[in-house]
Design a protein around this ligand. Structure first.
Ligand code: ZN
Length: 239
Protein backbone atom coordinates (compact mmCIF):
# COMPACT_ATOMS: atom_id res chain seq x y z
CA UNK A 1 0.00 0.00 0.00
CA UNK A 2 1.15 3.52 -0.79
CA UNK A 3 2.09 5.18 2.48
CA UNK A 4 4.69 7.69 3.69
CA UNK A 5 7.41 5.04 4.08
CA UNK A 6 6.86 3.42 0.66
CA UNK A 7 6.69 6.73 -1.16
CA UNK A 8 9.98 7.84 0.46
CA UNK A 9 11.67 4.58 -0.60
CA UNK A 10 10.36 4.99 -4.17
CA UNK A 11 11.54 8.61 -4.21
CA UNK A 12 15.05 7.75 -2.94
CA UNK A 13 15.40 4.89 -5.46
CA UNK A 14 14.22 7.18 -8.29
CA UNK A 15 16.60 9.94 -7.18
CA UNK A 16 19.67 7.69 -7.02
CA UNK A 17 18.71 5.97 -10.29
CA UNK A 18 18.67 9.40 -11.93
CA UNK A 19 22.12 10.19 -10.51
CA UNK A 20 23.37 6.89 -11.91
CA UNK A 21 21.80 7.48 -15.31
CA UNK A 22 23.23 11.02 -15.37
CA UNK A 23 26.76 9.62 -15.03
CA UNK A 24 26.25 7.76 -18.34
CA UNK A 25 24.02 10.14 -20.23
CA UNK A 26 23.97 13.73 -19.17
CA UNK A 27 20.61 15.48 -18.98
CA UNK A 28 19.30 18.70 -17.62
CA UNK A 29 19.16 18.78 -13.82
CA UNK A 30 15.71 20.25 -14.14
CA UNK A 31 14.51 16.66 -14.64
CA UNK A 32 15.16 16.12 -10.92
CA UNK A 33 12.30 18.51 -10.22
CA UNK A 34 9.76 16.07 -11.67
CA UNK A 35 10.06 13.31 -9.02
CA UNK A 36 10.43 16.02 -6.36
CA UNK A 37 7.18 17.63 -7.47
CA UNK A 38 5.38 14.25 -7.59
CA UNK A 39 6.75 13.37 -4.12
CA UNK A 40 5.56 16.67 -2.60
CA UNK A 41 2.16 16.39 -4.29
CA UNK A 42 1.61 12.87 -2.90
CA UNK A 43 2.69 14.03 0.60
CA UNK A 44 0.26 16.94 0.40
CA UNK A 45 -2.67 14.75 -0.75
CA UNK A 46 -1.81 12.21 1.98
CA UNK A 47 -1.92 14.99 4.61
CA UNK A 48 -5.20 16.48 3.48
CA UNK A 49 -7.08 13.21 3.04
CA UNK A 50 -7.63 11.83 6.53
CA UNK A 51 -8.74 8.42 5.23
CA UNK A 52 -5.70 7.93 3.01
CA UNK A 53 -3.97 6.04 5.88
CA UNK A 54 -0.82 7.64 4.48
CA UNK A 55 0.94 8.61 7.71
CA UNK A 56 -0.99 6.64 10.31
CA UNK A 57 -3.90 4.26 10.67
CA UNK A 58 -7.18 6.19 10.76
CA UNK A 59 -10.61 4.78 11.52
CA UNK A 60 -12.96 6.12 8.84
CA UNK A 61 -15.75 3.55 9.11
CA UNK A 62 -17.43 2.42 12.30
CA UNK A 63 -16.87 -1.10 13.65
CA UNK A 64 -20.59 -1.22 14.31
CA UNK A 65 -22.12 -1.86 10.89
CA UNK A 66 -25.67 -1.76 12.24
CA UNK A 67 -25.97 2.02 12.47
CA UNK A 68 -24.53 5.38 11.46
CA UNK A 69 -21.98 6.80 13.92
CA UNK A 70 -22.58 10.47 14.72
CA UNK A 71 -19.62 12.65 15.66
CA UNK A 72 -19.45 16.32 16.66
CA UNK A 73 -16.27 18.40 16.54
CA UNK A 74 -14.98 21.60 18.13
CA UNK A 75 -17.22 21.89 21.23
CA UNK A 76 -18.27 22.09 23.91
CA UNK A 77 -20.19 25.22 22.90
CA UNK A 78 -22.28 26.97 25.57
CA UNK A 79 -25.43 27.18 23.40
CA UNK A 80 -25.16 24.68 20.57
CA UNK A 81 -23.90 21.61 22.45
CA UNK A 82 -26.88 21.55 24.89
CA UNK A 83 -29.23 21.85 21.89
CA UNK A 84 -27.48 18.94 20.17
CA UNK A 85 -27.73 16.90 23.37
CA UNK A 86 -31.46 17.61 23.51
CA UNK A 87 -31.96 16.38 19.93
CA UNK A 88 -29.88 13.26 20.59
CA UNK A 89 -31.92 12.51 23.70
CA UNK A 90 -35.19 12.98 21.81
CA UNK A 91 -34.08 10.42 19.21
CA UNK A 92 -32.40 8.17 21.76
CA UNK A 93 -29.03 8.48 20.01
CA UNK A 94 -25.48 8.24 21.28
CA UNK A 95 -22.58 10.14 19.73
CA UNK A 96 -18.90 10.94 20.06
CA UNK A 97 -17.98 14.56 20.81
CA UNK A 98 -14.44 15.43 19.77
CA UNK A 99 -13.87 18.31 22.15
CA UNK A 100 -11.20 20.98 22.18
CA UNK A 101 -9.34 20.96 25.52
CA UNK A 102 -9.53 24.72 26.08
CA UNK A 103 -13.31 24.62 25.47
CA UNK A 104 -13.74 21.82 28.04
CA UNK A 105 -11.82 23.99 30.52
CA UNK A 106 -14.22 26.85 29.74
CA UNK A 107 -17.43 24.82 29.85
CA UNK A 108 -16.80 21.82 32.12
CA UNK A 109 -20.48 21.52 33.04
CA UNK A 110 -21.42 20.92 29.41
CA UNK A 111 -18.67 18.33 29.05
CA UNK A 112 -20.00 16.63 32.18
CA UNK A 113 -23.50 16.66 30.68
CA UNK A 114 -22.17 14.96 27.52
CA UNK A 115 -20.79 12.15 29.66
CA UNK A 116 -23.81 12.00 32.00
CA UNK A 117 -26.07 11.47 28.98
CA UNK A 118 -24.08 8.46 27.84
CA UNK A 119 -22.00 9.95 25.04
CA UNK A 120 -18.26 9.73 24.54
CA UNK A 121 -15.72 12.54 24.57
CA UNK A 122 -12.71 12.27 22.28
CA UNK A 123 -9.57 14.41 22.11
CA UNK A 124 -9.53 17.13 19.42
CA UNK A 125 -6.31 18.84 20.63
CA UNK A 126 -6.08 21.54 23.30
CA UNK A 127 -5.85 24.66 21.17
CA UNK A 128 -7.16 23.62 17.73
CA UNK A 129 -4.53 26.10 16.55
CA UNK A 130 -4.39 27.13 12.88
CA UNK A 131 -0.74 26.06 13.08
CA UNK A 132 -1.37 22.66 14.70
CA UNK A 133 -0.10 20.88 11.57
CA UNK A 134 3.21 22.71 11.88
CA UNK A 135 3.75 21.80 15.54
CA UNK A 136 6.68 19.61 16.55
CA UNK A 137 5.96 16.10 17.82
CA UNK A 138 6.83 17.30 21.34
CA UNK A 139 4.32 20.14 21.17
CA UNK A 140 1.59 17.88 19.75
CA UNK A 141 2.19 15.37 22.56
CA UNK A 142 1.88 18.19 25.10
CA UNK A 143 -1.45 19.32 23.59
CA UNK A 144 -2.88 15.81 23.46
CA UNK A 145 -1.71 14.89 26.97
CA UNK A 146 -3.10 18.12 28.42
CA UNK A 147 -6.50 17.49 26.83
CA UNK A 148 -6.53 13.84 27.87
CA UNK A 149 -5.85 14.81 31.49
CA UNK A 150 -8.81 17.24 31.38
CA UNK A 151 -11.08 14.58 29.84
CA UNK A 152 -9.94 11.90 32.26
CA UNK A 153 -10.56 14.18 35.26
CA UNK A 154 -14.12 14.69 34.05
CA UNK A 155 -14.96 11.18 32.94
CA UNK A 156 -12.75 9.12 35.22
CA UNK A 157 -11.75 7.09 32.17
CA UNK A 158 -8.74 7.02 29.88
CA UNK A 159 -9.30 8.84 26.62
CA UNK A 160 -7.61 6.91 23.82
CA UNK A 161 -9.30 8.42 20.79
CA UNK A 162 -8.12 11.49 18.89
CA UNK A 163 -9.39 13.36 15.87
CA UNK A 164 -6.80 15.64 14.28
CA UNK A 165 -7.86 19.28 13.85
CA UNK A 166 -8.86 20.02 10.23
CA UNK A 167 -8.57 16.30 9.49
CA UNK A 168 -4.92 16.76 8.61
CA UNK A 169 -2.30 14.14 9.41
CA UNK A 170 1.47 14.38 9.02
CA UNK A 171 4.63 12.59 10.25
CA UNK A 172 4.71 14.55 13.56
CA UNK A 173 1.07 13.79 14.36
CA UNK A 174 1.66 10.14 13.43
CA UNK A 175 4.64 9.97 15.81
CA UNK A 176 2.70 11.64 18.63
CA UNK A 177 -0.29 9.29 18.43
CA UNK A 178 2.04 6.30 18.29
CA UNK A 179 3.90 7.44 21.41
CA UNK A 180 0.64 8.14 23.27
CA UNK A 181 -0.98 4.98 21.93
CA UNK A 182 -4.05 6.84 20.66
CA UNK A 183 -6.51 5.64 18.05
CA UNK A 184 -7.11 8.18 15.29
CA UNK A 185 -10.70 8.80 14.25
CA UNK A 186 -11.70 10.20 10.91
CA UNK A 187 -15.00 10.13 9.07
CA UNK A 188 -16.25 9.03 5.69
CA UNK A 189 -19.11 11.53 5.41
CA UNK A 190 -18.47 15.20 5.99
CA UNK A 191 -21.76 17.03 6.53
CA UNK A 192 -20.15 20.38 5.62
CA UNK A 193 -22.49 21.93 8.20
CA UNK A 194 -20.00 24.77 8.66
CA UNK A 195 -20.27 25.97 5.08
CA UNK A 196 -23.48 24.66 3.49
CA UNK A 197 -27.10 25.48 4.27
CA UNK A 198 -29.57 23.06 5.84
CA UNK A 199 -31.02 21.84 2.53
CA UNK A 200 -27.56 21.23 1.03
CA UNK A 201 -26.33 19.38 4.15
CA UNK A 202 -29.38 17.11 4.26
CA UNK A 203 -28.88 16.35 0.57
CA UNK A 204 -25.25 15.38 1.23
CA UNK A 205 -26.31 13.15 4.10
CA UNK A 206 -28.81 11.23 1.97
CA UNK A 207 -26.09 8.72 1.06
CA UNK A 208 -25.31 7.91 4.72
CA UNK A 209 -25.67 4.23 5.56
CA UNK A 210 -25.04 2.06 8.63
CA UNK A 211 -21.32 1.79 9.35
CA UNK A 212 -20.62 5.33 8.14
CA UNK A 213 -19.06 7.96 10.39
CA UNK A 214 -20.65 11.37 9.91
CA UNK A 215 -18.86 14.57 10.86
CA UNK A 216 -20.90 17.43 12.32
CA UNK A 217 -19.87 20.46 14.39
CA UNK A 218 -21.56 21.37 17.66
CA UNK A 219 -20.59 25.00 17.11
CA UNK A 220 -22.91 25.98 14.26
CA UNK A 221 -26.37 27.35 14.95
CA UNK A 222 -28.12 25.33 12.21
CA UNK A 223 -26.63 21.99 13.21
CA UNK A 224 -29.22 21.05 15.90
CA UNK A 225 -32.06 21.52 13.40
CA UNK A 226 -30.15 19.69 10.66
CA UNK A 227 -29.46 16.84 13.09
CA UNK A 228 -33.09 16.65 14.11
CA UNK A 229 -34.24 16.38 10.48
CA UNK A 230 -31.49 13.92 9.65
CA UNK A 231 -32.44 11.64 12.56
CA UNK A 232 -36.13 11.91 11.74
CA UNK A 233 -35.46 10.90 8.13
CA UNK A 234 -32.99 8.13 8.99
CA UNK A 235 -34.55 6.37 11.93
CA UNK A 236 -33.86 2.91 10.54
CA UNK A 237 -30.20 3.68 9.79
CA UNK A 238 -29.35 5.17 13.17
CA UNK A 239 -30.97 2.70 15.57
ZN1 ZN B 1 -12.04 20.76 14.49
Amino acid sequence: MLNFKTINIIFIITFFSMILIESFASFSQLWYLIPLFIWLTILFIGSKNICSQFYTEVKCMSDDKSKILLTFDDGPHPEITPQILKVLKKHNQKAIFFCIGKNIEKYPEIAKQIIAEGHTIGNHSFSHSYFFDFFSTKKIIKELEKTNIIIEKLTGENCDIFRPPYGVTNPNIAKAVKILNLRVAGWNIRSLDTVKNKKQVLKRLKKAKPGDIVLFHDTKKDTPEILNDFLRLNQTKTK
